[in-house]
Write a protein that binds this ligand. Structure first.
Ligand SMILES: [Zn+2]
Length: 332
C-alpha cells in the first residue's frame, strides 16, 4: 500500500497534473496526465495493467479529490503497452469513452486483440527468423509478447477516434491533434498554440531516443516517417512539451536537432556494418551493446535496426537479398 500522504501528482502546467507510474522494464516509468477540464477530467495515457499501477492511479485520484465518475474521457497518444495497458480497466472503472487516432485503433486491434491466433504467431516468428534471430531466442521473445499482452487486459470494450487535425478541449485549452508517426504509425500529439503547450507522447523525449521500430505490421518505412515528422513539428512554437517518459522539455528545437543528428550517425554506422552483407541481427550486434539487454530489449534492438536498414534500402543505398532463409542486406 502507498502511504496516503504520498504525492503522486505533480502540477506541470496550470490544470495539468503528471502522474508517474512504475514500469517493470529498464525504462522504469511512464508519465500519464490528469487534465482538469472544469466539468470533469481527462486521463491522457493509461500505463500497464499491474497492481502497483492501479494503486498509483487510486492514490492520484484521492490526492486531487477526483471520483471515478468525474473522469469523462480517456485519451491515448498511441497503442504501445505502457500507454494502452490499463485503458480497458480505466474504461470499466470510470465508465468513460476511450479515444485514439484511427491508425492506432487499428494497430491496437491487430496487436492486442488478434495476436493470439496460431497464424499470427507464425508470422511473428517468421519476422524474427528472417531478421536472423535464432529459433530459441525467437521463442523467448514470443513469451515476452505473451507477458506484455497479459498486462493489457481487460481489453477496452470500444475505442472511439480523434482524427488528426481535430480540435480537443482539455484543461481549459484548445488543443489541435497532430499526427506524428515514427515511434508509432498513428501517434497523436496535442498542441495548444495559445500557450505553446504540447502533449508530445513518445515523439520527442529527453535522455533517451524514442524507439523507431520496423514491426510486423509497421508502415513500410517508419524511420522516413519519423524524420519527416520531426522536420515538420520543429516549426511548432513549443514553450513546454509534456512527454510520455522522463522530464518535460523546454528546448524543443534543440532536442529535435539532437534526435536528427543521432539518426544520421546511426544510419552511417548501420550502413557500414551492413555493407559487406549482414542480417539485421548481425548489424544490431555491431551497433548495440547486447551485454546489458534483456529479452524485452532484444526485440527493440532488432526492430530499431530493421527500421534503419529498410530506410537505407528504400533510399537505394542497401539492397535486400531474400535468396536464403534469412534476409541479408548489403551495399547497393
Ligand atoms: Zn512509452
Amino acid at each position: 500500500m502507498l502511504p496516503v500522504t504520498a504525492t503522486v501528482c505533480r502540477e506541470v502546467a496550470p490544470a495539468i497534473f503528471q502522474v508517474r507510474l512504475p514500469l517493470p522494464f529498464a525504462l522504469n516509468h511512464v508519465n500519464c496526465y490528469l487534465l482538469d477540464d472544469g466539468d470533469g477530467w481527462t486521463i491522457l495515457d493509461a500505463g500497464l495493467h499491474r497492481p502497483e499501477l492501479v494503486e498509483v492511479w487510486e492514490a492520484a485520484w484521492r490526492e486531487l479529490g477526483i471520483h471515478r465518475r468525474d473522469i469523462h474521457r480517456i485519451v491515448l497518444t498511441h497503442m504501445h503497452p505502457d500507454h494502452f495497458g490499463l485503458a480497458g480497466w480505466l474504461q470499466q472503472e470510470c465508465d468513460a469513452p476511450l479515444f485514439m487516432s484511427p491508425i492506432e485503433r487499428d494497430v491496437a486491434q491487430f496487436t492486442w486483440y488478434d495476436e493470439t491466433t496460431p497464424a499470427r504467431r507464425t508470422l511473428f516468428d517468421d519476422y524474427l527468423r528472417s531478421a536472423g534471430v535464432a529459433a530459441e531466442v525467437a521463442t523467448v521473445v514470443l513469451k515476452q509478447q505473451d507477458y506484455l499482452r497479459n498486462m493489457t487486459r481487460p481489453l477496452p470494450a470500444a475505442i472511439e477516434v480523434i482524427p488528426p487535425g481535430a480540435t480537443v478541449q482539455m484543461a481549459g485549452r484548445s488543443f489541435t491533434a497532430i499526427h506524428a508517426p515514427g515511434h508509432a504509425d498513428g501517434q497523436l500529439l496535442f498542441y495548444s498554440a495559445a500557450d505553446g503547450l504540447l502533449l508530445c507522447g513518445d515523439h520527442v523525449l529527453q535522455k533517451i531516443t524514442p524507439n523507431i521500430g520496423y514491426w510486423l505490421n509497421s508502415h513500410g518505412d517508419p524511420l522516413a516517417n519519423y524524420l519527416g515528422s520531426l522536420r515538420e513539428v520543429v516549426a511548432l512554437d513549443v514553450a513546454l512539451a509534456l512527454p510520455g517518459h522522463h522530464s518535460p522539455l523546454t528546448d524543443w528545437r534543440g532536442r529535435i536537432a539532437e534526435l536528427l543528428a543521432h539518426h544520421d550517425h546511426r544510419l552511417a554506422a548501420m550502413y557500414t556494418a551492413a555493407a559487406p552483407g549482414a542480417t539485421a541481427l548481425e548489424v544490431s550486434y555491431a551497433v548495440f551493446n547486447y551485454d546489458r539487454f534483456s529479452t524485452h530489449e532484444i526485440r527493440f534492438a532488432v526492430a530499431e535496426t530493421l527500421a534503419h536498414l529498410e530506410h537505407l534500402a528504400n533510399q537505394g543505398r542497401l539492397v535486400r537479398d531474400d535468396s536464403g532463409e534469412v534476409r541479408l542486406y548489403r551495399a547497393a
